[in-house]
Every structure is written in C-alpha cells, then in structure tokens.
Design a protein around this ligand. Structure first.
Ligand SMILES: Cc1cc2nc3c(=O)[nH]c(=O)nc-3n(C[C@H](O)[C@H](O)[C@H](O)COP(=O)(O)OP(=O)(O)OC[C@H]3O[C@@H](n4cnc5c(N)ncnc54)[C@H](O)[C@@H]3O)c2cc1C
Length: 394
C-alpha cells in the first residue's frame, strides 16, 4: 500500500475521529488509521460512560470550554437521533463545609459568575434528595443540572460510522511504526506491516501510546493506569435520576467519582481520578488489584452503603495520556513541519469531544484560536504537578 492524502490521522479514539471529521469538513482528503477494531478495546475513549462536567474549580477557561461542548453534545444527540449524552446533572459533594480554595466552592462560584444556577445542598438536603448517600458523611455541596455522562464507546462508533458515510477512509488493522520525515518535514507514516502512507500533514492522536511514537515527549507526557469498577446494582431506581446523578465525592481529596445506573449496561460505575500507576500501553498490566478493591469498598461503606457489598461485574485499569501539568497537548511539532500532536487528555478530555475536532484542525492549520494557548508545545519541569482542580494527588 502506498497512497497519498492531504492528512493522515493516526489513532481512532475521540481525538482522532473528531479531528478526521473536522478536517474532512474543511475540505481535506483524510485517512484515519487504527489497529482496531474501532472503538479499540484498549483505547481510553472506549467505555460505557465518561463524566461531562463544567466544574473545574477556579478554572473558568475549562468551564467555558465544556459549557460550549455541552451545547455540542445536545446537537450530536439531535444529529444522530440517539442519546449519546445523558444530562442527568451532577452532584459535587464535600465532606466539609465548602470553603474558598476548595474544588467545590470555587466551582460553585464560577458557575454563579457564569449565570448558571447550581443548587446548594446541605447534609440534610443531600440525604433527602439523594437518599443513597450516607447522611452523615457530606456536609455540603451542590447539584448542577447542566452536566451528566456520555456513552463514550458508542460515541466513537457513531462518529466513525459518520466518517465512513462522509467518505473518509477509515483503515482498521493498521499500526503505525513511525512518522516518516525528510529533512525536518513530515511526509507521512510507515506501518508495522512495512507500508507507507504519504500525506501533506500527519496528525498523531495516539493517546497513551504517543510518547512511545515520539520519545521527545517522554519527559512531559506519561502513560498512567487508573481503576474503574462496574458494580451490580439491584436497586436501579434508587441509583437513577432524579434520585441519583453523576457525582464527585470530595474528589480533590479522595479521587472518587461515579455514575447513575447505566441504561444499557445495567451497572453502577465508579472510578478514581488519582495519581494512578505507570503502565506501558504496549505491554503493561492493565489489571485492577486487590488493594484497589479494598479502597473501593472502604469508600462505598463510608459513602454509599447500599453498594458496599455489591458484586463487581467488570473492572479495568484504563490509561491516561498524562501530561505533567494535566493540560491537554494539541500543537504542531516545533521542529518537524507538517506534524501535529493531539494527546495529553490526562483523564479529562472526553467531555470536550464536540470541541476537540475544531481545536485540532485549528492547531494543524495554524488558525488562531485563543483556547489553544494552554495546550501548546511546552517545557515542563520534572517536578511539575497536575493543575487540574479535580485531580486527587494522593
Ligand atoms: C479511567 C479513565 C476514566 C476517564 N474518565 C473520564 C471522564 O469521566 N470524563 C472525561 O472527560 N474524560 C475521562 N477520561 C479521559 C478520556 O477518556 C481521554 O482523555 C480520551 O478518551 C483520550 O482520547 P484519545 O483519542 O487521545 O486516546 P484513545 O481513546 O486512547 O485513542 C488512541 C487510539 O490510538 C490508537 N493507536 C495507538 N497507537 C497507534 C499506532 N501506533 N498506530 C495506529 N493507531 C494507534 C489506539 O488503538 C486508540 O484507538 C478518562 C480516562 C480514563 C483512562
């Protein structure tokens, strides 16, 4: 195979599929490559649900970006004629009374400044309105109706079908070995099967695998594994809207977050947005350990007692493409022209899906977009810590 395109997009997760669709919409001849099957079972984007929240502590930039993304999620539900995004609302719970500097407090203030109407809840109101929560654990918090979850794996499948229908070549079974470069100009990619795909531009959307394809990123981008748990739930109503919503449970101090009863998978999913463990995406163990389960059970016993003994239906250690500062990485390579890198989701990019394609296409075409400045190619000192306000640092 030796073919030529305007753009070769490598990786058909949420970054790659949205980038391919947007670049095609802007008139480029695009090919999308992935080892497949798509959605790839090991891809971060592949799961039953991802949180869609506007709340980012004091960070009004992400809040504005996700607010726009949520309008996009509604458009997608309409365009595709199915509910890919469920607007259950979100409950942000705090073990102490919310105070300045805290994730919940700052998020609440930013929402008010943005003219949104979060409903503040004290301990009594939490247990009255959301009775599954232990009444003595969370003193404060709020419910915000604009937010919920997206069925991430189905979103990727739907977008790839849309891509195929619109004439984008989507090639599964193709693993890229390296970007081909001629005198500092990217000319395409070489595949593990020994073939080449030539293109005017290469866009790498390879998530956690990216620092292995581009080693110069290893000092600033890591692959970290994070546990998720699917729990059997024999009280669907108690764990469904309006009695239960997407939640963060004192997340900046614990990492715990989760979802209501899933309409298709019939489970309650819980995850931990913490430090994680280093995992090599090509060979590393992606298992959830007994210790992870012990921590889960302790959390459930202290917060959601009805689920404390609930059987586990499925567990997975899913990988973040983790930048040191926790911000996305969407920019052109500083030395190799014609090469754009879009990765660094750091455990929080899926919710921005309706905005990702535009951001990536703007970066590739150097189209001015103020939102790209924080995602630019950047130097990061090794001791840099994630700035993403919900992230639990252990
Ligand atoms: C446990 C967990 C929970 C999360 N929860 C949330 C959440 O609640 N809300 C939220 O907004 N975000 C969340 N995220 C983050 C979100 O899932 C990611 O930021 C996003 O899905 C990253 O998409 P991606 O396209 O960069 O990567 P991926 O989805 O991993 O896609 C990368 C693709 O590249 C392909 N690829 C890799 N190497 C090659 C190669 N050599 N050649 C060709 N193709 C290749 C892979 O097959 C894969 O399909 C979570 C992530 C994890 C891991």
């Amino acid at each position: 195979m030796s073919r030529t395109y305007d753009v070769v997009v490598v990786g058909a997760g949420i970054y790659g599929t949205t980038a391919a669709l947007e670049l095609h919409r802007r008139g480029r001849r695009v090919v999308l490559l992935d080892p497949g099957p798509i959605p790839h079972p090991l891809a971060s984007s592949t799961d039953i649900s991802k949180v869609v929240r506007m709340e980012y502590g004091a960070d009004s930039g992400y809040m504005a970006l996700v607010d726009d993304a949520i309008s996009g999620w509604h458009r997608w539900n309409e365009t595709f004629g199915e509910t890919l995004y469920h607007e259950t609302g979100v409950t942000m719970l705090s073990r102490r009374v919310m105070a300045p500097g805290g994730f919940e407090y700052e998020s609440y203030q930013r929402l008010l400044e943005r003219g949104r109407e979060p409903e503040r809840l004290n301990a009594e109101e939490i247990s009255h309105r959301f009775p599954a929560w232990r009444s003595d654990q969370y003193q404060d918090g709020f419910f915000h109706a604009r937010g919920g979850f997206a069925e991430s794996g189905r979103v990727v499948s739907t977008l790839v079908q849309q891509a195929r229908r619109s004439g984008i070549e989507v090639l599964e079974g193709v693993t890229v070995a390296n970007v081909t470069v001629d005198r500092w100009v990217a000319t395409g990619v070489a595949t593990r099967a020994g073939e080449t795909v030539s293109a005017g531009d290469v866009v790498l959307c390879t998530g956690a695998w990216t620092p292995w394809l581009l080693p110069e990123l290893q000092p600033v981008m890591r692959s970290t594994g994070h546990p998720i748990f699917h729990l059997q739930c024999d009280q669907p109503k108690r764990f469904s809207s309006p009695r239960f919503a997407v939640f963060t449970a004192d997340i900046a101090n614990s990492g715990w977050y989760g979802f209501p009863y899933h309409p298709r998978a019939n489970v309650v999913k819980v995850g931990n947005h913490g430090v994680g463990v280093a995992v090599d995406p090509a060979s590393g163990e992606r298992v959830v350990t007994a210790e992870d389960e012990v921590q889960l059970r302790q959390f459930l016993a202290s917060a959601l007692p009805d689920l404390a003994e609930a059987p586990l239906v499925y567990t997975r250690r899913c990988l973040y493409s983790d930048t040191l500062d926790g911000h996305l990485w969407i920019d052109r390579h500083p030395e190799i022209s014609g090469l754009t890198v879009a990765a660094g989701g750091s455990g929080h990019a899926f919710k921005m899906a309706p905005m990702l394609g535009g951001l990536i296409a703007d970066a590739m075409t150097a189209n001015p977009n103020p939102r790209l400045s924080r995602f630019r190619w950047r130097e990061l000192a090794s001791e840099t810590d994630s700035e993403e306000a919900a992230r639990y640092h252990g």
